[in-house]
Design a protein around this ligand. Structure first.
Ligand code: C2E
Ligand code: MG
Ligand code: MG
Length: 757
């Protein structure tokens, strides 16, 4: 029933068979600003009510054809709009029976005769206003029902003492809370910030009965919900009534064997009553959990990631500062992981990382590694009885993490002695040494580990992690498969290392590199048959730097490739020049480092150096080490194939220090072995080395390889080597590495006069 708009005058239907009465009524209604239409009997009244839709009907009881009661009933049978019109019956005298009948017929109000005419208009206005209010209420009620029907939430009304006044289960998941299985409550106050509070966990029981109006209405909340949750809701309810603001409570219930999360939003609907809307937020919780997982979990290995580790480290730092405790950070990096990735593919590499993380997990599991709280970053620490929390919640508190690539970290809390950290490092190293079987490959890896200590090495997370990393690099430099503790001198070393690297990058452009040449003498003919090119760096501040210092650095940074190319070209150029001057063949030996050997352009570089200088390939000797050859036999063979096709002479440098077998070397078609200086320097007194030297010479000859002895410093050594049948010698006794000019002079004298023959 529409309300009478203020701009429009209301219309009243006056139904009375007495024309005088109608006239008087019309007059009174006009005085209060109402229009009127007239009906002479009940039938006409029903018809007009249907057609004209008046805002109110004044209906006489006694009328011909159809009396007022019948007309009233008929109108109430009409379709929705017309049926709701307020009807005021005009009854006779003190006719109580008529009044009762009027209400039974559906009348809204009545006036009795004799009519108090001055009041009538106002009475009608009053009824109009009241029915307008009722109409509004009816609309609001319909709207509320529509809204409640549209949302899946359960809703309830509750009084201030916690008794359900009303309960309507949500249509998607009927029911909400149930007693017996509360675990944790998350409160979301009006500001939307979540604060974690934990309720004591009641014993688990199964109660899967649905929540219903019958189960709730008239009951106290503590009979319906587990007491800890009921207490929290009541607490919030008090707050809502006090502040008249919206509050919400989150809680978890185990229903039908699975955890369900709910959020109850509480709104005050008066000074002592609250409306609650309960929503199942399990899906949202799962999504949040997934997001947390993504943020804190390494997707490849499933262990905590860098972010989780850093937050865990920060917590440990605060804890240790307060408790005056020590802890260690272990930084582990696999040795040569890149090679595995490059040679066996990323699938194998990924698989390896997974197994590595599993082994690490096993390694740090023993009880001497204290594992603590299970809470996620930002959570308050959970009690011990929460140990069976969901698997994801153990993520970031675990002391193991993968920072990225093949880098793993382990946090060792409550460290009593440094040895303990070293012990763990040792166990980790051992765990890595067992072969890994992946896709049919048996893979051997080692690990380098760096350790930093709190508070000794630093008192912030970044420094501790950085220092552990620094120590790890030191471990690698010390031959890998090593664990090293950080020390402040390492930082100094690294700084000077970095400075040297910057300088080395400029050395080539600034012409700071130069070559010296060391003669090689044929023992039988006493002739210089070759020279070895040895590079030097004239550093602008430090003076001449030895290749033993800067070649490893050049290897590490890749600078060895351009440097090596320069050496090769310069040496070939020099060899060609000597060839022109002396008209005799002089072999130029050039050292090749492993990185250069692996460079796929190597044969191209060698070819173009020979082409540009016009040097005969036979006069170029490339010195390789055993390690270089053994690294990757398949690739080695094809590189050697290409070099052989060019026609260069290949020799093995520092022989005896590596792990190659002679037979293996033969496959590579190596022409000469250079016995390492360490075997020669003790001669002739060191009988063991003498025996080794002799054996190497014999075996090499058996395989038709020539032998060069390096580091010959005395005439006794020379005599002995000659006796053993050594083919060539090189060393200070015959000449130190010297400039090209000095060598030129030496070459001038065709035959060297040896002091002792
Ligand atoms: P290497 O190839 O084994 O070179 C021999 C080293 O022994 C040279 O050291 C040489 O000066 C030294 N030596 C020669 N005779 C004697 C002796 O009688 N007694 C003693 N005590 N030492 C002797 P250097 O020039 O310092 O070179 C060291 C290493 O640096 C070389 O060992 C080689 O592995 C590397 N190297 C030098 N130049 C180059 C280069 O141009 N490229 C590459 N990749 N490596 C180079
Ligand atoms: Mg050499
Ligand atoms: Mg050598």
């Amino acid at each position: 029933m529409p309300a009478t708009p203020s701009s429009q005058r209301g219309v009243v239907l006056v139904a009375d068979d007495d024309p005088v009465m109608r006239l008087l009524m019309l007059e009174m209604l006009a005085q209060v600003g109402l229009d009127a239409i007239e009906a002479e009997d009940g039938r006409q009244a029903v018809q007009l009510a249907r057609e004209r839709r008046p805002d109110l009907i004044l209906m006489d009881v006694e009328m011909p054809h159809m009396d007022g009661f019948a007309a009233c009933r008929a109108i109430r049978q009409e379709e929705a709009g017309a049926a709701l019109v307020p009807i005021v019956m005009v009854t006779g005298g003190d006719d109580v029976e008529a009044v009762t009948s009027a209400y039974e017929a559906g009348a809204t109000d009545f006036v009795s005769k004799p009519i108090n005419w001055p009041i009538l208009g106002h009475r009608v206005l009053y009824v109009l206003r009241a029915s307008d209010a009722i109409a509004r209420l009816r609309i609001a009620d319909a709207q509320n029902r529509a809204v409640l029907a549209a949302i899946p939430d359960t809703f309830f009304r509750m009084d201030r003492d916690g008794f359900y006044l009303d309960y309507e289960p949500g249509h998607e998941r009927p029911g909400h809370e149930r007693p017996g299985q509360a675990r944790a409550l998350l409160d979301a106050p009006g500001n939307g910030r979540l604060s974690l509070e934990r309720a004591p966990r009641p014993a688990r029981s199964q109660d899967n009965a649905p929540f219903s109006s019958e189960r709730c209405i008239g009951r106290h909340i503590s009979e319906v919900l587990p007491p800890p949750i009921a207490a929290r809701v009541l607490d919030k309810l008090g707050e809502v009534l006090r502040t008249q603001e919206i509050r919400s409570v989150e809680y978890e219930l185990i229903r039908f064997g699975t955890a369900q999360h709910f959020e109850a939003r509480l709104v005050a609907t008066g000074p002592s009553e609250v409306l609650g809307l309960v929503r199942d937020i399990s899906e949202r919780k799962r999504t949040e959990e997934q997001i947390r997982r993504l943020a804190y979990c390494d997707s490849l290995t499933g262990i905590p990631n860098r972010q989780a580790f850093l937050e865990n480290l920060e917590r440990e730092l605060q804890r240790s500062k307060i408790g005056n405790k020590k802890f260690a950070v272990l930084f582990m990096d696999l040795d040569a992981f890149k090679r595995i990735n490059d040679t066996l593919g990323h699938n194998v590499g990924d698989h390896l990382l997974k197994i590595v993380s599993e082994r690490l997990r096993e390694t740090i599991r023993p009880s001497d590694l204290v594992s603590r709280g299970e809470a996620l970053p930002g959570d308050e620490p959970a009690g011990r009885d929460d140990a069976d929390a969901s698997p994801s919640s153990s993520l970031s508190s675990s002391n193991l993490a993968r920072l990225g690539g093949d880098e793993f970290t382990i946090l060792i809390p409550d460290l009593e002695r440094v040895e303990h950290a070293l012990n763990v490092a040792h166990r980790v190293k051992e765990a890595m040494r067992r072969p890994f079987l992946i896709e049919g490959h048996e893979i051997f890896v080692t690990a380098s580990i760096g350790i930093s200590l709190f508070p000794e090495d630093g008192d912030d997370c970044n420094s501790l992690l950085k220092y552990a990393d620094t120590a790890m690099y030191h471990a690698k430099n010390c031959g890998k498969n090593n664990a090293k503790l950080y020390s402040s001198s390492l930082t100094m070393q690294i700084m000077s290392h970095v400075k040297l690297e910057v300088g080395l990058r400029r050395a080539l452009q600034n012409d700071e590199l130069y070559l010296l040449y060391q003669p090689q003498l044929d023992v039988r003919s006493s002739e210089i048959v070759g020279v070895e090119a040895l590079v030097r760096w004239r550093h602008p501040e430090r003076g001449v730097i030895s290749p033993t210092e800067f070649i490893p650095l050049a290897e590490e940074t890749g600078l060895i490739v351009p440097i090596g190319e320069w050496v090769l070209r310069t040496a070939c150029n020099q060899a060609r020049a000597w060839q022109g001057q002396n008209r005799r063949a002089l072999r130029m030996a050039v050292n090749l480092s492993a990185k250069q050997f692996k460079d796929e352009n190597l044969s191209q570089i060698v070819l173009s150096a020979l082409d540009e200088t016009g040097l005969d390939p036979k006069l170029l000797e490339l010195e390789l080490t055993e390690g270089t050859l053994m690294d990757d036999a398949k690739a080695t063979l094809s590189t050697l194939e290409r070099l052989r096709a060019i026609g260069v002479y290949l020799s093995i440098d520092d022989f005896g220090t590596g792990y190659s077998s002679m037979n293996y070397l033969k496959r590579f078609d190596v022409r000469a072995l250079k016995i390492d200086r360490s075997f020669i320097c003790g001669l002739p007194q060191d009988s063991e080395n003498a025996a080794i030297t002799r054996a190497i010479i014999a075996m090499a000859h058996g395989l038709k390889m020539a032998v060069v002895a390096e580091g010959v410093e005395t005439d006794e050594q020379l005599v002995l080597l000659e006796e053993y049948g050594c083919d060539m010698v090189q060393g200070y006794f015959l000449g130190r590495p010297s400039s090209a000019e000095a060598i030129s002079q030496m070459l001038g004298k065709l035959r060297l006069v040896l002091p002792v023959r």
